[in-house]
Design a binder for this molecule. Structure first.
Ligand code: GDP
Ligand code: MN
Length: 379
């Protein structure tokens, strides 16, 4: 789950990281009022689940409450990376002497949290990695010991020369690790981590992604969810209890079981197609889940064909067939559907499908080849 900057700032603050004050607003009038209350210049920042807001015009400095209002009027009309801006953060301007990068991710390769720092801050870290990788310093953290102070100090020396600033940055790294671990983050990022002209080290941006499996058992984190900032298909999938991940291809996949879903996607690619999603309808077989699955998949305008790949064990294939029939009854599906099902109650399933003029294949290879061909013909 992604959260907004203002929410990540709060989690950082709870871990002790120095973050300037800030308040959230949804209207230009509120922004003006906050700016007046804060006094002095403010920065108005779009709150969307996307980076690169600065470049997109979503971060503006304002010297007066009136300017802040005008900035908010513009920012609240923006759409950044397909996400409409509905909220802004208003924070006092800090004068920046230097910008660095500090981030942490859960790294699959080392199977550990990896901390990354770079003196080239403020810009996309992907860009730094591509053009000047020697400016990025990384360390895999052993979760048994956490980030040790001497390790943090070593990394901080890659950012600063002033020992006071090195100590301050090392402390922030340890606090970031705490925020990362206690909130089950998969990513936590401060870009930029700045020094002020007075020599202070501060976090003026905050980004966090939280592991859904942690959010599920933490009501305090679940409360940070902003459904209006999430893709409608993902909201619907979560409500329906489906595991769904949208991808860029045009072959929609409805599969039971995560392993079979991955094998299906592999096979789609093997035969030259591109999966439009990962979707696991789960082990239980509830026709309602199939209806939701089809509703979600058909929301994607890129879809050219849909594949059902059902291996009936605990899942009853007749329940899936009933789900397909119910869905076709409730709304129209404009793309071809290829159905492969085999296993528990398959004879009943075939009879149900035949009743609405549909057929099903038994062989997975055959079904995948067919759906890829149909999608290519329609593309
Ligand atoms: P992002 O573009 O979405 O990563 O948004 P950031 O919060 O990182 O802001 C982008 C850039 O705006 C920063 O790198 C800074 O250069 C600038 N900026 C943000 N806040 C302030 C501030 O309080 N004072 C000054 N002078 N610049 C700021
Ligand atoms: Mn940033």
């Amino acid at each position: 789950m992604n959260i907004h900057e203002y929410q990540a700032r709060e989690l950082f603050r709870q871990a002790g990281i120095p973050v300037p004050d800030g308040e959230v607003a949804t209207t230009p009038a509120e922004v003006e009022e906050i700016a007046r209350r804060l006094g002095g210049g403010v920065v108005v920042k779009a709150q969307v689940h996307a980076g690169g807001r600065g470049k997109a015009g979503g971060v503006k400095l304002a010297q007066s409450p009136e300017e802040a209002r005008a900035a908010a009027e513009q920012i609240l009309q923006l759409t950044i990376k397909d996400l409409p801006v509905q909220k802004v953060l208003v924070a006092p301007i800090v004068d920046i002497a230097s910008e660095s990068y500090l981030g942490m991710i859960m790294d699959r390769e080392s199977q550990r949290p990896v901390i990354m720092v770079s003196p080239a801050g403020g810009i996309d870290i992907e860009e730094v990695a591509a053009t000047t990788p020697e400016k990025i310093f990384k360390l895999a953290i052993d979760p048994r010991y956490g980030l040790l102070s001497h390790q943090a100090m070593g990394l901080a020396f890659a950012l600063y020369h002033d020992v006071k600033q090195v100590r301050a940055a090392a402390r922030i790294m340890e606090q970031l690790y705490q925020a990362f671990v206690t909130n089950g983050a998969s990513l936590a990022e401060i870009n930029p981590l700045i020094t002020t002209s007075a020599g202070e080290v501060l976090a003026i941006d905050a980004k966090m992604s939280l592991d859904d499996n942690v959010v599920d058992r933490r009501p305090d984190l679940e409360a940070l969810r902003d459904e209006s900032a999430e893709a409608p298909s993902e909201v619907l999938a979560r409500e329906a209890g489906l595991t769904f991940i949208k991808l860029d291809g045009n072959v929609g996949c409805v599969v039971n079981g995560a392993g079979l879903a991955m094998a299906t996607m592999d096979l789609v690619k093997y035969y030259g197609g591109e999966p439009a999603n990962f979707l696991d309808i789960g082990g239980s077989s509830n026709p309602e889940k199939v209806v939701s699955a089809l509703r979600i998949i058909t929301m994607d305008p890129n879809i050219k064909a849909i594949l059902f790949n059902i291996f009936g064990g605990i899942t009853r294939t007749d329940d899936v067939a009933n789900g397909i029939v119910a869905a076709l009854d409730q709304f129209s599906v404009d793309v071809p559907i290829v159905i492969r099902l085999t296993g528990t109650n398959e004879d009943e399933a075939l009879a149900i499908l035949e009743g609405v003029g549909k057929t099903a294949l038994k062989d997975m290879d055959e079904a995948v080849q067919q759906v890829v061909r149909v999608a290519q013909e329609a593309a």
